[in-house]
Write a protein that binds this ligand. Structure first.
Ligand code: APR
Length: 248
């Protein structure tokens, strides 16, 4: 067994409360490009022009060009071994919760039950003018989707300039400041306030395990164990090691 993988598995086995934080990198192997890698969403669409709530309010039709592309990609995506591995850890009683920046629903599809959607979700849409909510399925095929009042709908994903859902922020923060182990998978940790969570956990004394293809802003100062590689491989290896050490 790889030494670092074994160390990570022992930390998880010895922890009374483990939280996972995930970002776009965990879903790359499911066919969803991330935001900031080469060829990522923000490489092709300027976030100032497409990713802010001001841009959406100004020209929703234009922003829907990007959202339509995202929607098609999300429709095709299925959970990969990293999502499945985290769901397995939860079912073994070794992972309390996943707090994710992703809006792709893949943690839930993989079987995770306790998922905090920090940046909202793409399953519903809201009218910014009359506040009516619509199910995503009900509006499928409509482009851009419109409310019964005639205005263009916004998916319930958090745009830059919008506030994070209060409960998601509160609960993530509470778990980060009380967890004994934190597993961070596939995030550049460049977006606030989500990127405060690893620091909170560190300050509270948690052991930090980070899985990423590349080193991030967390790796040198916050991370205790850095597992460099694909999320699917590294999460699976950690889960196998946990099982082996448990004698399963
Ligand atoms: N396995 C592990 N890590 C990966 C993989 C992979 N297969 N592919 C990419 N990564 C890593 C990249 O190295 C990078 O560090 O995932 C990270 C993805 O970073 P970002 O693209 O910045 O995505 P994320 O951190 O989730 O972005 C946060 O920014 O614009 C917003 O709202 C959007 O939720 C998103 C937020």
């Amino acid at each position: 067994m790889d030494e670092l993988i074994e160390e990570a598995a022992r930390i998880i086995l010895g922890s009374k409360l483990t939280l996972a934080l995930t970002g776009a990198g965990i879903s790359v192997e499911s066919g969803i490009p991330d935001f900031r890698s080469r060829g990522g969403l923000w490489d092709r669409f300027d976030p100032e022009e497409y990713g802010t709530i001001y841009a959406f309010r100004k020209d929703p039709e234009k922003v829907w060009k990007m959202l339509k592309e995202m929607e098609d990609t999300l429709d095709r995506a299925r959970p990969n071994e990293a999502h499945v591995g985290l769901a397995e850890l939860e079912s073994m009683g070794l992972l309390q919760c996943v707090s994710t920046q992703n809006v792709d629903n893949l943690h839930q599809e993989a079987g995770s039950r306790d998922v905090i959607e920090y940046h909202g979700n793409s399953r519903s849409l809201t009218c910014l003018w009359c506040n009516r909510k619509h199910d995503y399925k009900e509006k499928k095929g409509e482009y851009p989707p419109r409310c019964t009042c005639g205005k263009i709908l916004k998916p319930d994903v958090i745009f830059f300039g919008e506030t994070i859902p209060f409960e998601a922020m509160e609960r993530s923060s509470q778990l980060a400041s009380t967890c004994q182990a934190l597993l961070i998978v596939g995030t550049s940790a460049l977006v606030s306030p989500f990127n405060i969570l690893p620091r909170q956990a560190k300050q509270a004394g948690a052991k930090i395990i980070e899985i990423n293809l590349e080193r991030t802003v967390l790796t040198d100062h916050i991370t205790d164990i850095f597992l460099q590689g694909k999320a699917s491989e590294k999460v699976s290896q950690v889960v196998s090691a946990v099982k082996e050490l448990r004698g399963l």
